[in-house]
Design a protein around this ligand. Structure first.
Ligand code: C2E
Ligand code: MG
Ligand code: MG
Ligand code: MG
Length: 274
């Protein structure tokens, strides 16, 4: 181990562990710099209402483009943003961008299109979330119902009381709340009932597991649950016509996935909608 290593005194810290920590710290530094340099962009993935044959919403997904035209996956940088706390500022930036995009959509005559934004746990722990959202909605004169916040089950289970209170305030404001990746976490159905939810998103792993009768049974139960709780239901990760047909047959009429389109930059979205 290097003589000036900050980890010198920790005997159990192996060189491999040190390398990993260095990489992580390097990653966090790069992330912070990238954010300061405004390297991040939001892309938008259409959400289709199959009954109406219309795009009724888009999900905002963060992208960190590399110089070569590829981009760093959110699966890589979101955990770093969470570990470093940067997600709070970054998440607020995402909500503001979404508000700007909503204004642009309205100006282009697409006032029926909503935007969904992913929100992570640290943003809920930060006391300012509700006020920040209220301020942005007022500043950009957004109809609150145009904005949907997507949370995951782990967010709710992490600190149920705090999250339920925050969700209550957001919901009172008129913002919609969606439970993302449903079925992947371990949320208790008791919380599901208490939460001011508007929508439930069926995780793509279930959509991709519809070949077996068991897989179909799981999806069918989720769809029935949403209908009994009077929630909107949307399936994510829909890649094939047969998946979509099956979902419709089971009563899920909203779909998001590569079958329709992957997430795209703002200018392409406007062209897509026209
Ligand atoms: P998510 O919220 O569940 O988003 C859906 C993910 O599925 C996206 O991955 C999307 O590109 C991908 N996807 C969409 N359609 C298909 C399909 O048909 N097949 C397959 N295989 N995948 C599909 P992406 O953009 O890589 O994002 C991954 C995750 O990163 C998101 O999962 C979300 O949890 C997180 N994330 C992305 N942007 C943000 C953000 O602004 N804030 C926070 N907190 N998290 C974000
Ligand atoms: Mg999502
Ligand atoms: Mg999801
Ligand atoms: Mg998912």
């Amino acid at each position: 181990m290097a003589k000036n290593s900050p980890f010198r005194s920790v005997a159990w810290f192996t060189p491999e562990m040190e390398t990993r920590v260095r990489e992580r710290l390097g990653g966090i530094r790069a992330l912070r710099e990238g954010f300061e340099q405004q390297e991040f962009v939001l892309h938008y993935q259409p959400q289709w209402d199959l009954e109406q044959g219309l795009v009724t919403g888009v999900e905002a997904l963060l992208r960190w483009p590399r110089a070569d035209g590829s981009s760093v996956s959110p699966a890589e940088f979101i955990p770093l943003a969470e570990q470093s706390g940067l997600i709070v500022r970054m998440g607020l930036w995402v909500i503001e961008q979404a508000c700007r995009q909503l204004v642009q959509l309205c100006e282009a005559g697409h006032e029926g299109v909503r935007i969904s934004v992913n929100v992570s746990m640290l943003q809920f722990r930060n006391a300012g979330l509700v006020d920040s959202v209220r301020t942005l909605i007022n500043e950009y004169r957004i109809a609150p119902g145009q904005l949907t916040l997507e949370i995951t089950e782990s967010v709710v289970m992490d600190e149920p009381k705090l999250v339920l209170t925050t969700l209550g305030s957001l919901s009172e404001m008129g913002v919609r709340i969606s439970l993302d990746d449903f079925g992947m976490g371990f949320s208790s159905l008791a919380y599901l009932r208490q939460m001011p939810l508007h929508e439930l998103k069926i995780d793509k792993s279930f959509v991709q597991d519809m070949d077996s009768p068991q897989g179909v049974a799981v999806i069918e139960s989720i769809i029935q649950l949403t209908s009994r709780l009077q929630l909107d239901c949307i399936a994510e990760g829909v890649e094939t016509d047969s998946q979509q047909a099956k979902l419709r047959q089971l009563g899920c009429h909203r779909a998001q996935g590569f079958l329709h389109a992957a997430a795209m930059p703002s200018d392409r979205l406007l062209a897509y909608l026209s």
